[in-house]
Design a protein around this ligand. Structure first.
Ligand SMILES: *[C@@H]1O[C@H](CO)[C@@H](O)[C@H](O)[C@H]1NC(C)=O
Ligand SMILES: *[C@@H]1O[C@H](CO)[C@@H](O)[C@H](O)[C@H]1NC(C)=O
Ligand SMILES: *[C@@H]1O[C@H](CO)[C@@H](O)[C@H](O)[C@H]1NC(C)=O
Ligand SMILES: *[C@@H]1O[C@H](CO)[C@@H](O)[C@H](O)[C@H]1NC(C)=O
Ligand SMILES: *[C@@H]1O[C@H](CO)[C@@H](O)[C@H](O)[C@H]1NC(C)=O
Length: 420
């Protein structure tokens, strides 16, 4: 009796099952045949692939293209703190070119009067007013020396330049104690043939003593939450070396390509964000954040050039700060072929020598390139003529700089020495 019942139950569901299977097969066949993509013999696969909405975001979010302007454009951040206002103005003029974009920042610790004076200069300098390529960060950040707020400040300026700064090809982060050793005409001219996706960032995976002094200790930067400046402090716990990515370190001075800056800021890949949070507790994070991100991102590691484009003179043995450059260092600076030097004391006489011998500045502190004449004759020329100066006037420094950059890019191990 029992077995009979079971059999009957089986029969009850067996017939609907067979029926529904037949129906589904029929529906599938019908839908295939009336589908618009069906070409008598087969599916047009390429057509389908092209019109498909990507299931995985990564396939849609690619690294952006570089510009095709014949002459590149640079985007500068120049930042300083209390007492740096005057040096910052001087550096800004020496670095000025109407093709470029500039963001200046005086740390929140600088007195309001000093920040206002700089704001006034940026707003009222006739050249900046008419070209409109200099901006000041009015909502200033508190930047702690050796703290992660230095990196957030750099990213802040880069974000402003991405959002508001128009076209540019490279981002350069300077401080008020840096100074150019070549004119912008020299620099732009030299960069014309250089692939715009290259990132000049000095780096190494050999973190050496920094493993114990930097990577293991955990620090807190009060600048992240406090209104007033105080030094970073240490947590008593230590942490281990990351295993999810490899740490890299190097110079805090760099020239980054626009695609890489977009990658760091837009964060469609989580690596830049994760690394940023990791470096929030890392001493001297500007010497590691961008290095670690770029070397752990497959799409960027081959774009690194291992140089920071700076002449920096360390004492022997090295101290916490590089030594202040003076007239005795002038020849070394020239011989280094580097486009920037640091660090300079306020109004040091060597700056006058750089102005007269290397930058050929006029009495206003600008290098009078072709655009300068156009500007002076602005009644007859439009702003577009001034900002679209493709006529550069490279001087002897352009040759030295070309020597440096060509040397880096043609080095026999250039293609095999990225991120090692
Ligand atoms: C497939 O579709 C693409 C784009 O619509 C078309 O160019 C191509 O000729 C088609 N191929 C075949 C085999 O139909
Ligand atoms: C950017 O510039 C500041 C100087 O204002 C410097 O201290 C910092 O280390 C630089 N680098 C980065 C990656 O933020
Ligand atoms: C980077 O360069 C290495 C060595 O030349 C090569 O094996 C690798 O495929 C390159 N990676 C990318 C993403 O181009
Ligand atoms: C300004 O324009 C006038 C005439 O257009 C020309 O004679 C003069 O040389 C120009 N000045 C400069 C500095 O280029
Ligand atoms: C800039 O000027 C050059 C000639 O001086 C011209 O060929 C080029 O088209 C101009 N670029 C733009 C964006 O107007």
């Amino acid at each position: 009796m029992e077995t009979n019942n079971k059999l009957q139950k089986k029969k009850k569901w067996f017939i609907p099952l067979v029926f529904s299977l037949l129906l589904t097969t029929l529906v599938v066949f019908v839908s295939i045949f009336i589908s618009p993509h069906f070409s008598s013999s087969q599916f047009n696969r390429t057509h389908l692939m092209k019109n498909r909405i990507p299931r995985f975001v990564e396939s849609k979010l690619a690294v952006s293209k570089t510009s095709s302007d014949s002459v590149p454009r640079l985007a500068y951040l120049i930042s300083g703190s209390t007492g740096d206002g005057k040096s910052l103005k001087r550096a800004l003029k020496a670095l000025y070119h109407p093709r470029n974009h500039y963001v200046v920042h005086l740390d929140l610790e600088a007195p309001a009067a000093e920040r206002l004076e700089l704001a006034d200069f940026v707003n009222n300098e006739p050249l900046f007013r008419s070209v409109g390529n200099v901006r000041m960060i009015l909502r200033a950040n508190l930047v702690t020396y050796r703290g992660p707020t230095m990196v957030t400040n750099t990213l802040h300026a880069a974000a402003i330049l991405l959002k508001d700064g128009g076209d540019w090809d490279w981002f350069i982060n300077l401080s008020a104690s840096d100074y150019p050793l070549v004119t912008q005409d020299d620099l732009l001219h030299t960069l014309i043939p250089i692939p715009r996706n290259l990132n000049f960032i000095e780096h190494t995976s050999d973190i050496g003593w920094k493993e114990y002094q930097r990577a293991k200790p955990v620090i807190i930067d009060p600048g992240l939450y406090s209104l007033h400046k105080s030094d970073v402090y240490w947590v008593s716990e230590k942490r281990s070396i990351p295993t999810a990515y490899k740490l890299f370190t190097g110079s805090a001075w760099m020239m980054l390509s626009r695609p890489f800056v977009e990658y760091c800021l837009w964060g469609w890949d989580n690596l830049p964000r994760v690394a940023l949070m990791y470096y929030a507790n890392f001493l001297s994070s500007p010497e590691g954040y961008f290095h670690t991100v770029i070397c752990n991102a497959d799409e960027f590691r081959n774009t690194t050039v291992n140089h920071d484009l700076h002449f920096i003179s360390w004492d022997n043995p090295p101290k916490q700060h590089p030594h202040f450059l003076n007239l005795d260092d002038f020849q070394h600076m020239v011989d280094s072929n580097a486009p920037f030097g640091r660090k300079f004391g306020h109004g040091d006489p060597v700056l006058d020598k750089i102005d007269s011998d290397l930058l050929r500045c006029n009495s206003d502190g600008y290098f009078p390139g072709d655009w300068f004449n156009l500007f002076q004759n602005s009644s007859t020329s439009s702003i577009h003529d001034i900002t679209n100066t493709t006529n550069l006037r490279p001087g002897p420094s352009a040759k030295r700089l070309k020597h440096l950059i060509d040397g880096l890019l043609t080095a026999p191990d250039f293609h095999t020495s990225h991120c090692v």
